[in-house]
Ligand binder design. Sequence first.
Ligand SMILES: O=C(O)CCC(=O)C(=O)O
Ligand SMILES: [Fe+2]
Length: 224
Amino acid sequence: MTALKQLQITDGGNTIDDTLFGLIADDIIKQGYSVRPGALAEEISHSLFAYQQSLTTHKYVDAGIGRGDDYLQNEFVRTDEICWITGESDAGKLWLEWAAALQTFLNQRLFLGLFSFESHFAHYASGDYYKRHYDAFKGEANRVLSIVTYLNSGWTNSDGGELVLYQNEYDKEGLKIVPLYGTIVIFLSEEFPHEVLPANRDRYSVAGWFRVNCSVAGKIDPPR
Ligand SMILES: O=C(O)CCC(=O)C(=O)O
Ligand SMILES: [Fe+2]
């Protein structure tokens, strides 16, 4: 296999693309984040989309802030609903396999020591938002890398619902990212405050976090 032919076909569906992983790694090294429109393999986005559309409302829970003991429902901060991905569905499996391959790649390339991955579907109904926040706090070092991918075809500027990624705690302007089908956004969880602006139509996404292992005696981490 030549150096140019880096597409792996081990999963039979060309869904795992080392070339894309390399571009993401380069972006992270250069700027701490990566925005890749249309990057998620169609087989994965299609499968996630079909599965998410089949989820009935009772499969979702109101989104909270934090997990386990830290879980706190806070409407002031976010109003979307979520459904954790366990890998029971084919769509979930495909996504988790892809994320695991990305995790392995980034660990080899960037020595991030990523240990586990947690992920959920999110549905923002019209008017829903997620106020400016960090996905992880410095010193607590658990969530290292955040990833979001979007499942919305034909999203236009008037649909709102952009992800705004701020460069640091002082940045007021930020970078606006349209939640368009297949776009992948990845960023260092501790470095980039971000928010989801109110959407004017249903907004579907999958968000995930790569974590390092913070287990200490008697306390299992991640909290599952
Ligand atoms: O959906 C997005 O664009 C980002 C969601 C987010 O920030 C989160 O779930 O922590
Ligand atoms: Fe977030």
